[in-house]
Design a protein around this ligand. Structure first.
Ligand code: MLT
Length: 387
């Protein structure tokens, strides 16, 4: 047996696992302190009643012979795939074939698994900083990575790769910096991909947080994108499904990859749970939409509160406007991890060290606005004592 030594290139622990381990160690030492969790992007609000009812009903169906069901289609039930098209794409003038929509258990796994569609000698361009799963899965596959720094100097807007990139991961609105690209800026990436025969893996998990005009919600709003882009979306951050697990991935036939993804999924994925798919369908009912909108508003206001609160304390703050993440420069004398530890030990606040998203994230930490509002208020109060 020859094990995959590419794993040796990875940090020992996945970023969010490392944070959980450090937080748990602190809690073990100081059980008297309650942690204020603003680290991983995990939602805190309960699901709207109509979604809960849909899940109860789906479970009840499984309890009776007449309505029981077993395996569903690997690519997801047609009723959910059609609802995705009707609610997410048709209103934006995007025409999709139902065979291009694949229901998933969430964005995270598809973002890594899509890598299997490409041979390992393909180069991959990754924004630095970015969601660590892109880098980790590229490393596991033994790919050469082209790093695209996003810094204060370039306004966190990456330049196009100078050399040919075969695969490009783009996350917009961006996790962790909160940056968005306008239509013209994103069109340059689509044009680059068409010229270079690249594929863009477009992570649109935070699309529901876009508040500015002229920011595309889907890459397929751009001319020529269907030839070169796969779009990955999730109900986790839009509808609070981090525990339920449901998302979807669009693989247009024009990419030449749709049949391959279908083939891969049939071999390696037995489909998303029926209960989760019924829950996802309920997000498109009028009550579902209303409930989700209210939750989104809460997180958006929390993001604003964190950004304003940190600014008032004198921090340099970015993001939070079109994304649920606030990207914050650490005070002089700290790096990302030492400030993370400082916040944990002196204020019992858990954030995410920026360097965990890439080298260019050194000197930053990220705060998540998915946290409980009271905890955010308390966190800002405690941080005042640091200033
Ligand atoms: C995060 O950046 O906190 C992640 O989005 C969590 C996840 O969805 O994997």
């Amino acid at each position: 047996m020859n094990r995959n030594t590419n794993f040796d290139r990875l940090p020992d622990r996945y970023l969010f696992k490392e944070i959980a381990v450090r937080a748990a160690a602190y809690t073990k030492q100081h059980p008297e302190h309650q942690l204020l969790r603003m680290g991983v992007g995990d939602v805190s609000l309960p699901l709207p009643g109509v979604i809960i009812d849909a899940m109860h009903q789906a479970v009840d169906e499984l309890a009776h012979a007449e309505t029981f069901r077993g395996y569903g289609p690997e690519e997801g039930y047609e009723w959910l795939r059609q609802a995705v098209i009707d609610n997410e794409y048709t209103p934006r003038g995007i025409d999709l074939d139902i065979e291009e929509v694949f229901i998933s258990e969430g964005a995270g796994s598809d973002l890594g698994n899509l890598s299997e569609l490409f041979l390992s000698h393909n180069t991959v361009a990754i924004l630095d900083p970015s969601y660590p799963a892109y880098m980790d899965s590229s490393m596991m596959a033994g790919r050469e990575v082209i790093s695209l720094p996003c810094t204060i100097a370039n306004g966190f807007i990456p330049e196009l790769p100078k050399q040919k990139a075969d695969i490009i991961y783009l996350c917009l609105p961006n996790n962790p910096t909160g940056t968005v690209l306008n239509r013209a800026e994103l069109q340059r990436w689509v044009d680059y991909a068409n010229v270079n025969k690249s594929i863009i893996i477009f992570d649109a998990a935070y699309e529901a947080y876009i508040s500015e005009e002229d920011v595309p919600h889907s890459i397929y709003e751009l001319e020529g994108a269907k030839q070169v882009a796969i779009e990955v979306r999730s109900f986790s951050k839009s509808a609070g499904f981090t525990a339920v697990r449901c998302g979807y991935t669009i693989v247009p036939k024009q990419t030449g990859l749709q049949a391959m993804w279908m083939r891969r999924q049939c071999t390696k994925y037995n489909g998303t749970s029926y209960v989760a798919q019924r829950a996802a369908l309920a997000t498109y009912t009028p009550e579902g939409k209303q409930g989700i909108e209210a939750n989104l508003m809460y997180y958006k206001q929390t993001a604003q509160m964190i950004a304003d609160g940190l600014r008032a304390l004198g921090y340099d703050v970015f993001g939070g406007k079109n994304a649920p993440y606030i990207w914050c420069r650490v005070p002089q004398g700290y790096d990302s991890w030492s400030f993370f530890d400082h916040l944990l030990h002196t204020c019992q606040i858990v954030c995410t060290p920026g360097v965990g998203f890439g080298d260019a994230g050194q000197g930053f930490v990220r705060f998540s606005a998915f946290s409980n509002r009271k905890e955010v208020e308390e966190a800002l109060k405690r941080m005042k004592t640091l200033a």
